[in-house]
Each structure stands twice: as C-alpha cells, then as structure tokens.
Ligand binder design. Structure first.
Ligand code: 2AM
Length: 169
C-alpha cells in the first residue's frame, strides 16, 4: 500500500485553504484538491508491505513530536504535474522532517529527499501556474501531531485514509 506521513490542518485552516484552492483554480484551472484531503507531506514512503505498515502504525502511535506553528506566507508551483501550492519556510519543520527521516532510516526507508519544500498542494494539473496575482498569504498552522496516511488512487484522483496519529503533544 502507498503510505506517507503528513500534518493535517485544523478545521478552520482547512476551510481557508479550501477557499484559496477555489481562487487558484479560477485563475489556473486544473483539479482542486478536495478540502478533506489537504495536508503537508513530511515524508513520502511509497509502496509499503502490510507487515511493515503495522510497524509504522505502532511507531507513529507512540511518537512524540515537538508542537509548533507553521507560517504559510507564499504561493508556489512545481512544473510537473502542474502543482500549485501554498507554503512557507520553517526551520522547525525542517528539524521535524530530518528527525522523522532519521528514524525512518532505521526502518530501512532510504528515499530521503535531498531538499524539503514545506507545501500544501491546492491544485494538480493546472493549465497555468500564474500565482503572482493571487491574494497574499499569511496564515498560521498550529500542529501537535503527525499522521500516517494511506493513499488510494481512484478515477477522480487520490483518496486518503488516516491509519495512525501520534499522541497530541
Ligand atoms: P504533492 O502534494 O507535492 O504532489 C501523497 O501522494 C502525498 O505524497 C502528496 O502530498 C504528494 O506530494 C506526495 N508525493 C507523492 N508522490 C511523491 C514522490 N514520488 N516523492 C515525494 N512526495 C510524493
């Protein structure tokens, strides 16, 4: 199964991100991420065997993370596959990303990316990636726990299921 570790936004922020996704879609086209699917990926694990998934559920369920606040302050895009996102640099998230990958290495996961760009994908397959005239962003995302998420591919896009959460810090 396809798994990743993510931060899930609090409800109020999720709604605001959903509104931004609508604005962005009106300008850029493409497919909007459903509001309930919005997240920040901390670590993409790819295909994972069932037995390994159980180990990960135990690990995440007992994981203590330092709580923090992520400030989102800019729009961005990745050329392929037409991703439009909002995000912000954060040394706290970089530390969390590094410590999660250090622990993942002990499980044998070695696809640690060289570069971490904290972002929330709002659109996929955007026709245009002109974000310069979209409204300025200044949001704070308080986070206290990490989620282990399963991704299912369906005809109209991916669906996500939370398999485990770390205890709220
Ligand atoms: P994206 O939003 O920038 O596309 C579930 O698919 C999550 O994992 C998405 O947030 C996606 O990031 C990320 N993801 C998917 N495939 C990936 C890959 N090959 N490498 C890194 N992250 C990936």
């Amino acid at each position: 199964m396809r798994l990743f570790l993510a931060l899930v936004p609090p409800l109020e922020l999720r709604q605001r991100l959903g509104e931004l996704a609508e604005l962005a879609q009106a300008r850029c086209g493409g497919r909007r991420m459903p509001e309930e699917s919005l997240h920040l990926t901390l670590a993409f694990l790819g295909e994972v065997a069932d037995a390994r998934m159980e180990e990960l559920v135990h690990w995440v369920s007992a994981m203590a993370i330092a709580p923090g606040e992520w400030r989102l302050d800019h729009w961005g895009s990745f050329r392929r596959p037409g991703i439009v996102w909002v995000g912000g640099r954060s040394s706290a998230l970089e530390r969390l990303h590094a410590s999660v990958w250090d622990e993942l290495a002990s499980f044998g996961f070695s696809d640690r990316p060289g570069h971490f760009v904290p972002h929330v994908t709002l659109l996929r397959r955007a026709r245009r990636q002109e974000t310069q005239n979209l409204p300025a962003i200044d949001m704070t995302w308080p986070y206290r726990q990490l989620s282990l998420v399963r991704s299912f591919t369906e005809d109209d896009g991916a669906r996500y299921q939370i398999l485990a959460r770390s205890p709220a810090a």
